[in-house]
Design a protein around this ligand. Structure first.
Ligand code: FAD
Length: 439
């Protein structure tokens, strides 16, 4: 039987950060360096991997690193030094036949005047109402109506989020959006309607990204610090006995651990437990998550999407909700005079892959971003099984049962899918760091 102090499931940023920071702390406390990382795939990085096809670099859709914590800025600097770029966001929204700045609610200028009028009146009514009583919303749509008013809700929030989340905005709570949804006040909404653009709006006004190699260059740099003997690739846990703290691996080995850090999807972790109480199993069955379909495009033409890095597409007539250009953010992500793009497809719309491809090419052509079909050098469809965790009614009660239960078994379920949250790469790094600091 193998023995380890900390057994880590998953070699995405959460697992990598956990291992890295445990090793760092081992300089003062050598026992902390006793960890073992188990990764299902044959390569580390999880969602932060980059596929290179004919010289085009494709992350698993846009992965731009937004840093707000001093510790994580220092960590990224420690592993990447000068090999990171700082990039200013250039994102736009395509709706009602025009391109507007992000976020929609703060950039109404340029939309048809009846739309601007409707959105502004709704925002004014909401602000008056909110001054009298705080928002008390039971679901995301209700939150948008109360916070932004009917115009912004109907014209952007509902159509866009219905496509993104793959369910009705009435089904989800507003809790996911605390950090991620810009909430301009009436003065800012009015300024935006007049055409005064605030480039710093939102949490992602700028981001950092590797100069070369795509986002995987960052994951690889962390992985480069980890001794290969402590990492098992192409291996999965197949059964865990929480009481005995023993885990059986797909290669037949059994590991005795003291702490278990898991970044694999929470429902998958719980399925592995040999001795799960019935109510915990029931709570696990309530967790919902959407999967994601996206397409990669390599196009022999520079600056497809002009200089825009990503474009939100809320209207229902398009099957996709976002198109992004890797190479408009960082030129090294495509061969010279070419563009690498990703297209994220709405979950709740069911066009075939062929129909999506036709719609994408047509959209690009209409904007003058694609000429002859021969310009398309790469066009492929990919899937992400766990995409967006759904914050529906049963979500909170289920998690209140599951995570404390796991902590009671000395299991920390961390990261976007381990903790079952809407979270960023920085959050994943932070989870690993905090676990190591707390040991
Ligand atoms: C479409 C999309 C776009 C995103 N864009 C951004 C962005 O622009 N900026 C940003 O900051 N964040 C973004 N994120 C969020 C970011 O990707 C995640 O927060 C972060 O990468 C999560 O890291 P993780 O290690 O927790 O999970 P993962 O990267 O999912 O890693 C989990 C690892 O566990 C492995 N694994 C799974 N099951 C098993 C098993 N049974 N046994 C062993 N190993 C297993 C997987 O192979 C994987 O390597 C985006 C997420 C998505 C889905």
């Amino acid at each position: 039987m193998l023995q380890t102090k900390t057994l880590i499931f998953g070699g995405g940023l959460t697992g990598l950060s956990t291992a890295y920071h445990l090793d760092k702390r081992a300089a003062a406390r050598p026992e902390l360096g006793d960890w073992l990382l188990i990764e299902r795939d044959d390569r580390l990085g999880g969602l932060t991997r980059t596929e290179i096809i004919r010289g085009y670099h494709f992350d698993h859709t846009g992965h731009w690193l937004h840093l707000r914590h001093a510790e994580m800025k220092a960590f990224v600097n420690e592993v990447m030094g000068d090999d990171m770029l700082m990039v200013a966001r250039k994102s736009r929204i395509w709706s009602h036949g025009v391109l507007t700045h992000f976020p929609f609610q703060q950039n109404l200028h340029g939309l048809p005047l009846d739309v601007v009028h409707e959105c502004l009146m709704g925002a004014i009514e909401s602000a008056i109402r909110e001054a009298k009583a705080p928002i008390d919303a039971s679901n995301f749509k209700d939150f948008c109506l109360q916070r932004f008013g009917k115009g912004i809700t109907d014209r952007f929030m509902v159509p866009y989020n219905t496509k993104l989340w793959g369910c009705e905005p009435e089904e989800i709570t507003a809790d996911w959006c605390t950090r991620f949804l810009p909430k301009p006040n009436l003065s800012q909404i009015t300024a935006g309607a007049l055409g005064i653009v605030d480039d710093a709006a939102g949490y992602n006004a700028q981001f950092t990204y590797p100069r070369q190699g795509g986002i995987e260059a960052f994951a690889s740099r962390i992985a480069g610090h980890l001794p290969a003997r402590k990492v098992k690739l192409s291996t999965t846990p197949v059964a865990i006995d929480f009481a005995r703290k023993q885990c059986t691996l797909s290669n037949g080995e059994v590991v005795q651990y003291e702490h278990l850090v898991s970044s694999i999807p929470l429902p998958e972790l719980l399925k592995l437990a040999t001795d799960l109480p019935v109510d915990v199993r029931d709570a696990a069955a309530k967790l919902r998550c959407t999967s994601l379909r996206y397409l990669n495009y390599g196009i022999k033409r520079p600056h497809v999407l002009d200089d825009i890095q990503w474009l939100y597409v809320p209207e229902n007539k398009y099957p996709f909700y976002r198109i992004g250009s890797f190479s408009n953010a960082v030129a090294s992500l495509a061969p010279p005079d070419s563009s690498s793009l990703y297209v994220e497809v709405a979950n709740n719309m069911n066009p075939s892959d062929a129909e999506v491809k036709i719609a994408v090419r047509q959209f690009l052509r209409e904007h003058g971003w694609l000429g002859d079909d021969s310009e398309v050098e790469v066009e492929e469809v990919r899937h992400i099984k766990y995409g967006y965790v759904i914050f529906d009614g049963p979500y909170f009660a289920a998690k209140e049962r599951l995570l404390p239960y796991l902590r009671g078994q000395n299991v920390q379920s961390l990261g976007r899918y381990g903790a079952w949250v809407y979270a960023s790469m920085e959050d994943a790094l932070m989870d690993g760091y905090q676990f190591a600091q707390g040991l």
